[in-house]
Structures are given as C-alpha cells and as structure tokens.
Design a protein around this ligand. Structure first.
Ligand code: DGY
Length: 325
C-alpha cells in the first residue's frame, strides 16, 4: 500500500514528481495557504504531510489525523508546528536547514544595503517621476564598509552574514546563547551581550529562531539602547520584533531605518502604520526565494518525508526523541 500524503501547496516539479512516484499525493494548488477546513479534512487519511510556514499545524490538526506519522515542514523554521504535541503523538517533524543558508544571508545583506543606501525611497522617486536632478544633498545614506555589524544569533545564517560583512571590511560583533570561540578566532569577530551589541552596532541583524524567549525580544527598551543612526534588519521571524515599538522607534528617530523580510502579522496589512514611514523597506518573506534554493528545500522536504514514512531516520528531524527506541 502506497502511503497517503497531503502537500499544502504546489512545490517545484522535480521533488513533486519524486513524491508522486512513491506516494498517493493530494495537493492544495491554490495560490493562498490551504484553508483550515480543507487541511483538517485532508489530514484525516494522511500518513504524511508536507507543510509550509503558512500552515498552523497544531493539536487540532494532529487530533484529526490519526494515521499521521511524519510532518515535513519545507522551511528551516518550524515555529508553525506544535513540536510538543507532535512528539506526544510520536509524529516525526522534519525541517530543511542548510540548503537555504547562503541564499537567506544574501537577502539579509541586500536588505542591509537597501536600507543603508535608501534604495526603496530612490526607486519610489524615480517611478513617481519626481527625479529632477543629481544633487549633493539628495538621498544621503550610510556606508556599510567599515561600519559595525551586530549579529543576533550566530547560527548558520548568522555566520554567513559575518563572512559577507568581512568582505565589506565591516567590524562584526555577535550575541548568542552559546559563545562560539572557534568562530571568533576563525573570522576575527567579537562576542558581546545583547545590550552591548545594541549600543555598539551601526547595523543590527536578527538570525535567531522564534521561541517564547525571543518573542518581541527587540522592543522599546532595546530601541532606546541602539544608536540613533542604527539600521535594524530582520530576516528571521516577524514576532521577534515588537512592531508597535518599531513603529515608534522609526517615527521618533530612535533608530534611523529598518529593513524587514518578515513581519507581524504576515502578510502585513496594507493599512499597517509601518507602511506610512519612509525609513523602512519591507519585502514579502523572500529570504530563501531563489529557484535553486526552493528546489533544494522541496527536495529535502520530500526526502525527509519519504525516509520517515519508510521508518528510516530522516536527515533533518527536529524531535529526534520520537525515533529513540
Ligand atoms: C524558513 O525556511 O524558515 C524561511 O523563513 C523561509 O524559507
């Protein structure tokens, strides 16, 4: 009997084919996330699920899925899946780390540049026909080279950011739960606690997962601790930054600029006050969105799922205790 699998959105062709060759697949092929009622209906008979960060996979979904053995989330982050509930039910949960590291670091760096050099504002001026002349005082931004970069979370993506920053002759400091002496030595970077990092950095970039500890970890107090010229970049998860505090900080010029790939909520509503500000650039959660990387992520999600369904150990399991004999 071929396992039954539900896929919550169309994924790239090659991984999808592989899945279809090995399983009975049903797919939500809408442009928007699968509606909750459809998801709840589809999981009733599913052995495996390929989910996305836009799907809330909680106890209700799992309760309605008595046969579910593997949830393969096509993302490195898995805050959309209730891991505790999955583990309780001995459902294996997988993610897709590594393959998106460099692509996401590229985007974080692009956002940093976009904010520093006011690229969004410049583009709006050109498109609206307001570009009248070259001017010595027009759209002056900040230099990236030789500036101080503070990295919150020196995991895989944070480390790639550090490597890129060194190519721009930036000085790099980082904070993390665990100190990384070998990286400090290898890259010539410095450890600092969060408070010190915020006070010293010209650019602050966030690369930590969303957990109950990191929820709104950047709020009013942290903005007050930052330089008035500082630029904040978030490509991790929206709720790590308190959006109201961010709005106030940008409006009152407690910091100079922000660049976001992620927001709270997502998508950001068109009437969100942040969108009334000029000193912010926002893109729609595209950190890993290159053709090559999304294909690799989908292939990894499929391989994880197939391994889990065969009773093998998938390469990337976030709750390995489920597999312990
Ligand atoms: C992830 O994988 O967690 C990113 O946010 C999307 O690629």
């Amino acid at each position: 009997m071929r396992p039954k699998v539900y896929v919550t959105r169309l994924i790239p062709e090659e991984p999808l084919k592989k899945l279809q060759q090995n399983c009975d697949c049903r797919i939500w092929d809408g442009e928007l996330p699968v509606p909750r009622d459809v998801l709840l209906r589809e999981v009733q008979t599913a052995d495996g699920l390929v989910s996305l960060l836009t799907d809330r996979i909680d106890a209700t979904v799992m309760d309605g899925a008595p046969k579910l053995r593997v949830i393969s989330n096509m993302a490195v982050g898995f805050d959309n899946v209730d891991i505790k509930e999955a583990t309780k039910r001995r459902i294996v949960v997988c993610n897709t780390p590594e393959v998106l590291t460099e692509t996401t670091a590229d985007l974080a760096f692009a956002l940093m540049s976009a904010a520093a050099r006011r690229i969004g504002e410049g583009e709006r001026i050109v498109r609206s026909g307001k570009w009248k002349t070259w001017g010595p005082m027009i759209l002056l931004g900040q230099d990236i080279h030789h500036a101080m970069l503070g990295i919150i979370g020196l995991g895989r993506i944070g480390t790639e950011i550090a490597k890129r920053a060194l190519g721009f002759d930036m000085k790099v400091i980082y904070c993390d739960r665990d100190r990384r002496p070998e990286m400090e030595k290898k890259l010539g970077i410095e450890y600092a606690d969060l408070k010190t990092l915020l006070a010293r950095s010209d650019f602050v970039t966030i690369h930590t997962p969303l957990t109950s500890e990191t929820h709104h970890m950047i709020g009013e107090e942290q903005f007050k601790a930052m330089k008035k010229t500082a630029i904040l970049v978030n490509t991790a998860r929206g709720p790590i930054v308190d959006p109201k505090a961010l709005y106030n900080a940008l409006r009152d010029r407690l910091i100079a600029y922000a660049a976001l790939d992620v927001t709270e909520p997502e998508p950001i509503p068109p009437d969100d006050p942040l969108l009334t500000l000029d000193n912010i650039v926002i893109v729609p959660h595209i950190g890993s969105a290159s053709v090559a990387t999304r294909t690799k992520m989908a292939m990894m999600a499929v391989d994880n799922l197939l391994a889990g369904l065969k009773g093998e150990r998938p390469h990337h399991v976030v709750n390995p205790e489920v597999l312990a004999k």
